[in-house]
Design a protein around this ligand. Structure first.
Ligand code: GDP
Ligand code: IMO
Ligand code: MG
Length: 423
């Protein structure tokens, strides 16, 4: 069996959680492969809203195994909070497995994240301040602590040594408020609770499952434009969010990758700093924010909004090898009389469908195509042919331009508000 992948094609918050939850009953295993509690994946079931940060979005399907993979960074405090919230709902957490090679976010990683951002002033990344950057820095710097280390005899010593390094490093940054003692006590208490979870060698576990014919879906966090290598660097996260990240994140071979589901909103959002070429700083942008309820699931920050950027999407489809496109929040365009889509960048007088190196520079213009809106409620429609013709045209325009079939159209936040086409 191959490993299918589902990931975001923009700057995050594309609606990955909702779609993974929907698809999860077709899979035996859902596995997160990168990122950490910077993610906020919203799932709405029977009018109840759940937001997951570290736990895969298959957790509301009773028979599905949910793996927190090697490439994920784990904050025991956040994960314990998530587990307790699930337990309170009567959800069986024995289906959640934790990779031994996943790295731990220490309280001092969060402190360094906040202090480093404070030092940047206006240049700040707009990090979620969950300690993501400093934890991945310790991973690649070969200083990190992993889940598999927790029960070793010298864990406390290793912890103290790393904490000492962090405090030393912190001296280069401005002073910030951080209650080290309280956070550390909480962290160690939560570590004990975490030991309730089964820990695994993620690579053997998943490869054995594949041999037994089990279906696996890898769930991306963040979005392709936040990838540390191919995103809008330095305004990115610190992991590889692309389908190529699945192999190292779960310990599987490239040849095992099957379908790649790419998720995009029918418009575009970004939270945090950095370039956003199609951003709308006007009443249309405000309208999108209001209708789409565009406020961060992790930090509550208002999301920046803009029109869909097909040049940007073509780039991330290419990077990921997407063969199924899912358009979410199609219902959010119901009331717009006209809808814009960026189709070209004009650089030095030339039209191009390739993203320029520097997306922040003012040396390009964006060329838009304008389509008529459908001005109808499409929320309960389950058949593509029953959509208003103008809504069908919008989808066909995307398919022609992007050369990938749109096989899922999401028309509301609830689990079943989804129109399927041939899958
Ligand atoms: P994720 O991080 O990619 O999982 O996305 P988030 O959960 O951060 O943000 C997506 C938001 O859009 C959530 O509030 C979802 O409930 C909501 N949502 C997802 N799909 C749809 C949709 O098709 N229509 C509407 N109106 N809301 C949606
Ligand atoms: P999901 O999985 C949207 C953004 C932050 C910031 C940058 C770096 O819910 O789509 P970090 O905390 O990683 O140091 O922040 O990345 N960011 C996200 N934006 N959705 C996310 O996750 C994000 N995770 C990080 O806002 O700009
Ligand atoms: Mg989110």
């Amino acid at each position: 069996m191959p490993v299918d992948v589902l990931l975001g094609l923009q700057w995050g918050d594309e609606g990955k959680g909702k779609i993974v939850d929907f698809l999860a009953n077709k899979y035996h295993i859902i596995a997160r492969f990168q990122g950490g509690p910077n993610a906020g994946h919203t799932i709405i079931i029977n009018d109840t809203k759940h937001v997951l940060h570290t736990i895969p979005s298959g957790v509301f399907r009773p028979d599905v195994i949910n793996i927190i993979g090697n490439g994920v960074v784990i904050d025991p405090i956040v994960l314990t909070r998530e587990l307790n919230a699930l337990k309170a709902l009567g959800i069986n957490i024995s289906n959640i497995l934790l990779a031994k090679k996943a790295h731990l976010i220490l309280p001092t990683h969060r402190y360094l994240d906040a202090a480093s951002e404070a030092s940047k002033g206006k240049e700040k990344i707009g990090s979620t301040l969950r300690g993501i950057g400093p934890t991945y820095m310790d991973k690649t710097g070969r200083n990190g602590l992993r889940v598999g280390d927790i029960e070793s005899d010298d864990f406390r010593q290793k912890y103290n040594a790393l904490k000492a390094k962090h405090l030393e490093l912190g001296k280069i940054y401005p002073k910030i408020d951080f209650d080290f003692e309280t956070e550390e006590t909480k962290w160690f208490d939560c570590l004990k609770e975490l030991m309730e979870l089964q820990t695994i060698n993620c690579s053997y576990y998943i490869n054995n499952a594949l041999k037994e014919g089990k279906a696996v879906l890898a769930e991306g966090a963040q979005g392709s434009m936040l990838d540390v290598d191919y995103g809008t660097y330095p305004f990115v996260t610190s992991s590889n969010t692309l389908s190529s990240g699945v192999c190292v994140g779960l310990g599987i071979a490239p040849s095992t990758i099957g379908n790649v589901f790419g998720i995009s909103k029918s418009y575009c959002t970004r939270v945090g700093s950095g370039p956003f070429p199609t951003e709308l700083n006007d009443e249309v942008g405000e309208e999108l924010r209001k209708i789409g309820k565009e406020f961060g699931a992790t930090t509550g920050r208002p999301r920046r909004t803009g029109w869909i950027d097909l040049v940007q999407l073509k780039y991330t489809i290419l990077l990921n090898g997407v063969n199924h496109l899912c358009i979410t929040k199609m219902d959010c365009l119901n009331t717009f009389t006209s809808i814009k889509l960026a189709t070209h960048y004009k650089v030095g007088g030339e039209l191009t469908k390739e993203l320029p190196y520097d997306l922040d520079s003012k040396s390009f213009e964006i060329v838009y195509e304008e389509l008529e809106g459908w001005n109808e409620n499409i929320n309960d429609i389950k058949d593509f042919n029953a959509l208003p013709i103008k809504a069908q045209n919008y989808i066909k325009f995307l398919e022609d331009y992007l050369e990938v079939p749109v096989t899922m159209i999401s028309t509301g936040p609830e689990r079943d508000s989804l129109l399927l086409r041939g899958i």
